[in-house]
Design a protein around this ligand. Sequence first.
Ligand SMILES: Cc1cc2nc3c(=O)[nH]c(=O)nc-3n(C[C@H](O)[C@H](O)[C@H](O)COP(=O)(O)OP(=O)(O)OC[C@H]3O[C@@H](n4cnc5c(N)ncnc54)[C@H](O)[C@@H]3O)c2cc1C
Length: 283
Amino acid sequence: MMTARVVVVGAGPAGMFASYLLGKQGFDVLLVEMGDDIEERMAKIKNGGNTAGIHYIQGMGGSGTFSDGKINLNPEIGGNMLEFVSKSDADSMIDYVDQLFVKYGMDKESQIHPKTKDLQKRAMRAGIKYIPIKQKHIGSDFLPKIVGGIKAEMEKMGVEVMVKTKAVDLMVKDGKIAGVVIEKDGKQTKVDAKYVILAPGRAGSRWLLDLASKLGLPYQYGPLDIGVRVEVTNEVMEEFTEINWDPKFHIRTKSHDDFVRTFCTNPAGFVITEDYGKFVSVN
Ligand SMILES: Cc1cc2nc3c(=O)[nH]c(=O)nc-3n(C[C@H](O)[C@H](O)[C@H](O)COP(=O)(O)OP(=O)(O)OC[C@H]3O[C@@H](n4cnc5c(N)ncnc54)[C@H](O)[C@@H]3O)c2cc1C
């Protein structure tokens, strides 16, 4: 039996930031992550093979560690924060995250390119809305160092991080959370906790759904978009991506008035597989 005041499940951006902030305020935090630490993930991805896809999405830093590191400093991109908090709270949270990334090596300034207005006009003439936003790009070469830096500071604050450790169940007593059952090297341990934060990302979404059903917790699905990866020659895209690394275009189709948007453009990037065990997707 172990004890921790707060157990955080999943060391992706959500779990890491929650642990970082709680650790900073002096909470006794245990962060459990079923995947590997950063260096081991890197080595396994480099070696390739059938399981490389798992390590892009599981492990310290979650899907963020080997992502493109596009930082969209806007509350309405990548979900809508304004559904949960006021605009001023959203702006100050985004500012905080921005400053934290800057502290660990991300560029300070994000400029709006001088050709932005021209692109906006050109898009408008074609019936397309171009949305200029404040954006930064860390890049997959540099991102693991930033995630590693944040992890190291978190541990200095006293946050305990356990990798290769899977949360398998929640402990509930008298209708209240009492802890988490974790599994490491095939051995299960009960961890008493007053609070539990579940941040298992896409890799743990099935587990989370099963858990919610078992405990009778209500849940709702987020909106589902159909994402299509389109590979375009870099020479064609360059005139747009030099203005904005990840340009946001919004289109209403003429035939059915469907809403279509561009997302996650990766100039001169690589296509990788995301392995979710029972299915594989690309990114
Ligand atoms: C290739 C790629 C590129 C991307 N590029 C960008 C980008 O440029 N900009 C951007 O903003 N977003 C990008 N994203 C999306 C971004 O990475 C995700 O939105 C973000 O990582 C989600 O954070 P999260 O903490 O919710 O979940 P995740 O990052 O998925 O982390 C969840 C973690 O929980 C762990 N876990 C799950 N279940 C358990 C369990 N039972 N016990 C213990 N641990 C568990 C998982 O192993 C995982 O490490 C990209 C994603 C991918 C895959």
